[in-house]
Structure formats: structure tokens, C-alpha cells
Ligand binder design. Structure first.
Ligand code: MRU
Length: 362
């Protein structure tokens, strides 16, 4: 299967470039946007033209490579990495990828850094696809056991936000088991919650549609009803940062689903690659949570019957708005974490054993 990806690598007149699928206008328009500079990458990440923890790390790595073309001294490199790193605070893959780039590039002579930066960013993107495929295989084993013990019906999964191929270099994290399952003859139906206010669920619905995978869109508020009715076999979500004790930062609304799943005895899985684990955060309380612009709630985007794309005011100007973009799901509500290295219990000892190189606390 060709790996679907929101990233394209270009080489034009001997110059390296990337193109991204602009996610601010998906699913209405499929537009590839060329990034020419570190500033373009910074803008794309901050304004969510690219989004999803692994993808923003990868685009930041390419952004640094673009920046080094204009100057690769230690000062220039550190400044570009610091600016990119500050673009979004919660997804740790961003600082993880930039740290990896700087550690690889710093020992090199200045003249060699720009070329090496493209090679390292490519390596990060390729590794992401391999890791996500592995997450898909480990997750599929879990889905198979659920399908065997489950009711006599197609496996019913629920996800939140978008943790599919659009959020990574390929395959996705939470949706990787669904895609690998399709390659290996396990069909699942995915209930996709809209994920207000930015509606990343629409991106999930779009990419599942592109893949021909059965799915149904629901309003976020419908999740409790489906869980209480016993219509969901498992919830799978991605993550933006996972603390040493297994607490998970993910898209706002994730914790509500986890708490409801616990009440209903439904399995709740988190799928994430190594770059999402941050053991310098002892618990979720140490994870910075991004508060985004009021306008994300004040306006809705969409297209009219004539196909014209636009923005409509949704909340009244004078209404006070609070727009946290992420929440923390306490480890106690998580059944297991699916990683490229295997499936792990959400506790400090198990995570430290799986990722010993990150172990700063246990
Ligand atoms: O604000 P976003 O759209 O970047 O948030 C994305 C999420 O919360 C995803 O669930 C998470 O990054 C996992 S992506 C594989």
C-alpha cells in the first residue's frame, strides 16, 4: 500500500523544499502548500495548517533545515530552534524533534549542517512512518482479541480529534490499528467525535472516507449515550505528551471520554510513539496546556451550498470565552498505551522499562 501522508518532499533547481496539505481548509479543499523558510514552517505550525503531535515535530525539523539554508552558525541554529519550539506548547514531539536535530547538527562544521539537517529531518519522518506501522500492528493484536471476545458484530471503535495519517508522516497513531487491520482483513467501524471547537473529527472522517473505512460522525455530546448503550468496544486516541506516571495530555474532551469509558467498563487505549513520552514531566500536572485564541470558538468555518468556503460568527462578541486546547487524562482511566515497542500499562514502572533511555525519575 502507498503510505498516505500530509507531507511531500520536493527538490527544485537543486533546492530542498517540503509541501504540506493545508489542514485549515480541509476537508473542503485539498491544497498543497509549499514551505520556503523557517518562518513558513513556524506559521504553518502556529496556525494549524499542520497539526497533530508527530507531524508538527516533523515539520519543525524541516523548518530548521529550511532556516539553516540562510545561516547555520550555532547562534542562528539555536535561535531558529527556539522560535520553532515555542510555536505550540503541549505537543512534546515538537521540542523532541528539534532537540534531536540540534544534537545531530551541533558537532558538524557549519558548512555541512544544512545538508545534514535535511537528511536528519527525512530520517525523523521515515522513522515516524515505521513506528506508526508498528503501533498499528500492536494495536491490531488488541483489536483482534476484542473482536474474538466481543459481540457478534463488526468491531465498534470510537476516537477523538484526529490521530490518523493527517497528524503524522503516515499511518497515524490511534488510527494505525484500523489501517493495518484493513490491510490484514480486520474490519472495524469508527465512531468519530466532531471535536469542537476546531472540529478535527471532520479531518478524521475525511481521511477514513479517503481510505474507504466505515465510520460515522457524532457530536461530541453523543459519546456518553453510545457508551452507556454498550455500542462501543474500545476507544482509541492519540497523545500530545505522556508523563512518567502515564498521565496523558491530548485534545480537549479526551478526559471526558476516558471517564465515561471507565464508568461503562469500555477499554480506553492511547496510541503514541516514543517521541510523545516526556519523563521530565512526573505527572500530567507538569504538562503545559495550550490555551488558544477566542476566535476559534467565536467563529465556525465551512462551506455554503454553492461550495464557497468561509467563516461565520457563532458566539456573540461580548460573550466571554475560555478555549483550552488540551486536557489531561489521568493514568487510572487508561487501559493501556500502545507504542512502537509494544503495549504497556500506564504506570511509571512499566513505562520506564519500555523507554529506559527516557527514564529520569524512576
Ligand atoms: O490541536 P491538534 O489538532 O494539533 O491536536 C491533535 C491531537 O490532540 C491529537 O490527538 C494528538 O496530537 C495525537 S496525533 C497522532
Amino acid at each position: 500500500m502507498t503510505t498516505l501522508s500530509p507531507l511531500r518532499r520536493l527538490r527544485e533547481n537543486g533546492r530542498e523544499r517540503i509541501e504540506i496539505l493545508d489542514q485549515t481548509i480541509l476537508p473542503y479543499r485539498k491544497h498543497w502548500l509549499r514551505l520556503d523558510s523557517a518562518d513558513d514552517a513556524l506559521f504553518a505550525i502556529s496556525n494549524m495548517q499542520v497539526r497533530g503531535a508527530p507531524l508538527i515535530g516533523i515539520v519543525a525539523a524541516y523548518g530548521l533545515a529550511l532556516g539553516l539554508g540562510a545561516g547555520a552558525s550555532n547562534k542562528a541554529m539555536d535561535a531558529a530552534a527556539a522560535r520553532l519550539s515555542a510555536a505550540r506548547p503541549t505537543a512534546v514531539n515538537l521540542s523532541w524533534a528539534l532537540r534531536r536535530m540540534c544534537e545531530r547538527l551541533s558537532p558538524l562544521p557549519i558548512a555541512e549542517r544544512a545538508t545534514a539537517a535535511w537528511a536528519e529531518a527525512d530520517a525523523i519522518a521515515e522513522e515516524d512512518i515505521r513506528q506508526n506501522r508498528k503501533i498499528g500492528e500492536h494495536g491490531l493484536a488488541l483489536l483482534r482479541s476484542l473482536a474474538e471476545t466481543g459481540r457478534n458484530r463488526t468491531l465498534q471503535l470510537m476516537t477523538h480529534c484526529n490521530a490518523g495519517w493527517l497528524a503524522t508522516a503516515g499511518y497515524g497513531t490511534a488510527l494505525a490499528p484500523v489501517y493495518v487491520g484493513r490491510e490484514e482483513n480486520l474490519e472495524a467501524h469508527v465512531w468519530v467525535s466532531e471535536t469542537r471547537p476546531r472540529n478535527q473529527g471532520l479531518l478524521t472522517a475525511w481521511e477514513l472516507l479517503e481510505a474507504g473505512a466505515p465510520h460515522t460522525l457524532i457530536a461530541d455530546n453523543a459519546a456518553g449515550l453510545l457508551l452507556l448503550e454498550g455500542r462501543i468496544d474500545a476507544i482509541i486516541v492519540g497523545a500530545d505528551r505522556i508523563a512518567a506516571n502515564g498521565d496523558v495530555a491530548n485534545k480537549i474532551g479526551t478526559s471526558l471520554k476516558a471517564i465515561a469509558a471507565r464508568h461503562c467498563g469500555t477499554k480506553f487505549y492511547v496510541a503514541a510513539p516514543g517521541g510523545t513520552f516526556d519523563f521530565t514531566a512526573r505527572t500530567g500536572k507538569d504538562i503545559p496546556l495550550e490555551i488558544r485564541n477566542d476566535d476559534e470558538m467565536r467563529y465556525v468555518c465551512g462551506q455554503d451550498k454553492n461550495g464557497n468556503y468561509g467563516k461565520l460568527q457563532h458566539a456573540f462578541d461580548a460573550t466571554a470565552i475560555y478555549n483550552p486546547a488540551f486536557d489531561i487524562t489521568p493514568a487510572e482511566f487508561i487501559t493501556a498505551i500502545i507504542t512502537e515497542r509494544g503495549v504497556c500499562a500506564p504506570n511509571a514502572a512499566a513505562l520506564a522499562e519500555l523507554f529506559p533511555e527516557k527514564n529520569t525519575h524512576v
